[in-house]
Design a protein around this ligand. Structure first.
Ligand SMILES: *Cc1c(COP(=O)(O)O)cnc(C)c1O
Length: 361
């Protein structure tokens, strides 16, 4: 039990900017004179329509999304999009997937249910510590799209270039690095993300799709997966995740008020560098992720033993930090340092790590 806020390094749901939480708190009981909270509003009311439209417009400004892209706010997080993207975009029934980690693999597996999926690269031999170069990608001709996972949340790798797809639309799962740096949206066919990492809270999947890729849906797919229907209904075929959309709006305004994505990228680089430089300089911790493939959002590393990993996690909790335990697939330690994690938070972690190293060497 604690009466103050901890440094929360969770991979998702994850820490939110305090300013955003305070704003939501201020507006909780009576949203701008409506006499009710956002949670209690009809999604068809004019008060909610304003929130919805403003969230969309703000996200569009922040990411510089061109006019020929549709923005969808849907249920089901990123995982629903694994299915929906294959169901909507596989017009010829052929897609290539680049497997750089667990979620990339899950997306490929799901798509296999609906068409001919070719694995253009699989990083399992290097334990997903490496993002493939262009030469390592085996991309077929005449496919519907190429799918990548931009940032691998578990293994802590991130794409640092946009691959050449031989003209096929590029589909990117940006769940864990969207809004962390500027992206040229026009280079992508689809960008999608679960909101609970860097965009807000759980329950919302954001889909940014180039309009010409929104085709009449196949007859036999679930209605909530029909992207053309969702575009036509502006994400309101059924009740959308109203509060999560509102929170996304607050987060987008917070980003704008703090200098936009350029400023976020600078902050994130500075934070990540502090931790990564220390890891590289230490002969106690092992940080296997290849230089050039490293993520500024998730940093996965180990101490010299499983016992020390467990001790690290236990003592980090006592020191006021949470969720530093690595994903069950890889063990070790993982620090997720999304936009809302402060520089002070990372500094606090690094100081703790230095002390832990000195005490356990
Ligand atoms: C968390 C995550 C997912 C899964 O997101 P859900 O919203 O839980 O479906 C998918 N891809 C990546 C890269 C993630 O980090």
């Amino acid at each position: 039990m604690t009466d103050k806020r901890v440094y929360n390094f969770a991979a998702g749901p994850s820490t939110l900017p305090v300013e955003v939480l305070k704003e939501a708190q201020k507006e909780m009981l009576n949203y701008k004179g409506s006499g009710m909270s956002v949670m209690e509003m009809s999604h068809r009311s004019s008060a909610y329509a304003e929130i919805f439209d403003d969230t969309k417009a703000t996200l569009k400004r922040v990411m510089n999304i061109p006019d020929n892209y549709d923005i969808l706010f849907l249920h089901g997080g990123a995982t629903q999009a694994f299915s929906a993207i294959a169901l909507n975009l596989m017009q010829k029934g052929r897609a290539d997937y680049v497997v750089t980690g667990n979620f990339a693999n899950k997306a490929a597996k799901e798509a296999t249910k609906f068409g001919d999926v070719h694995i253009a690269y699989d990083g399992k031999d290097n334990n997903y510590t490496h993002i493939p170069t262009q030469d390592e990608l085996d991309i077929r001709d005449d496919i519907d799209y190429v799918h990548i996972c931009e940032n691998n949340t578990i293994f802590g790798t991130e794409w640092n270039y946009i691959p050449d797809t031989k003209g096929a639309p590029l589909v990117s799962d940006m769940s864990s690095d969207i809004l962390s740096r500027p992206v040229d949206v026009s280079k992508y066919g689809v960008i999608y993300a679960g909101a609970q990492k860097n965009m807000g809270i759980a329950g919302l999947g954001v889909i940014i799709i180039r309009h010409d890729l929104v085709k009449p849906h196949k007859e036999n797919i679930p209605v909530l997966c029909e992207y053309d229907t969702m575009v036509k209904k502006d994400s309101m075929y059924n009740t959308p995740p109203t509060f999560a959309i509102y929170m996304l709006g607050l987060v987008c305004h917070w980003i704008e008020d703090n200098g936009g994505l350029e400023a976020m990228a600078k902050r994130n680089e500075k934070k990540a560098k502090l931790l990564q430089d220390y890891l590289d300089s230490s002969d106690f911790y092992n940080y296997p992720t290849e230089k050039g493939s490293r993520s500024n959002m998730n940093v996965s590393y180990t101490t010299p033993s499983k016992e020390l990993d467990a001790k690290f996690v236990k003592e980090s909790i006592e020191a006021g930090m949470t969720n530093l335990k690595g994903h069950r697939l890889v063990g070790g330690i993982r620090a997720s340092i999304y936009n809302a994690m402060t520089y002070e938070g990372v500094e606090y972690l690094v100081n703790f790590m230095k002390k832990f190293e000195a005490e356990n060497k």
